[in-house]
Design a protein around this ligand. Structure first.
Ligand code: CU
Length: 189
């Protein structure tokens, strides 16, 4: 009698440990090491600068980057092609998810962005943002960015990406081509 109680007690402990291990694996993949399955599209346009108005305005309550600064930081004298203003970025730039997990996309910036899958990172659809130093050709446009199916996400807008196959997936903004995220989808195991 006493022996069987100990035996069942042991079984219960083992079961608890197994359950705990399974739970921590899930936590590690979705909430811990890998982060949330979400990409935030960011910029910091200054809504008080009228310079933004002709190209869609700036849908933010506040921001610190005027159009002149944005344009000045497109190029660096040390690089052949566009570098881009660092306040315009995809957060995170590297995301790992499980097969079947949907990825939420949120534009926290004030400008329009896209989150477009491309076979190869390249230029977007706006010529002046694919720019290079004098005498050097601009970025080659990613063909996916020229498709009519590209989804524009306005400042404050949202989207969702799902159905990604296991493997690496490259996403970029088709307006600001230096905004990029590599999504690594892990196969189910
Ligand atoms: Cu963009």
């Amino acid at each position: 009698m006493r022996r069987s109680i100990i035996f069942f007690g042991l079984l219960a402990s083992v079961g608890f440990l197994v359950a705990q291990a399974a739970t921590s694996t899930v936590v590690a993949r979705t909430g811990g090491e890998y982060g949330k399955p979400e990409v935030v599209l960011r910029d910091d346009c200054d809504p008080t600068d009228p310079g933004w108005a002709p190209t869609g305005g700036c849908n933010r309550e506040e921001g610190a980057v005027r159009l002149a600064e944005f344009n000045a930081l497109r190029l660096s004298t040390l690089a052949p092609s566009v570098i881009g203003h660092q306040a315009w970025w995809f957060d995170p730039s590297y995301l790992q998810v499980e097969t079947g997990q949907r990825i939420k996309i949120r534009n926290d910036g004030g400008r329009t962005h896209t989150f477009t899958e491309v076979a190869n990172f390249g230029g977007g659809r706006v010529g002046p943002l694919n720019t290079s130093q004098t005498g050097i050709p601009p970025l080659t446009q990613a063909p996916e960015c020229l498709a009519s199916t590209v989804v524009d996400i306005p400042g404050g807008g949202k989207d969702v990406v799902d159905g990604l196959a296991p493997g690496n997936h490259k996403f970029q903004c088709c307006i600001h081509p230096w905004m990029r995220t590599l999504v690594k989808v892990h196969a189910e195991n």
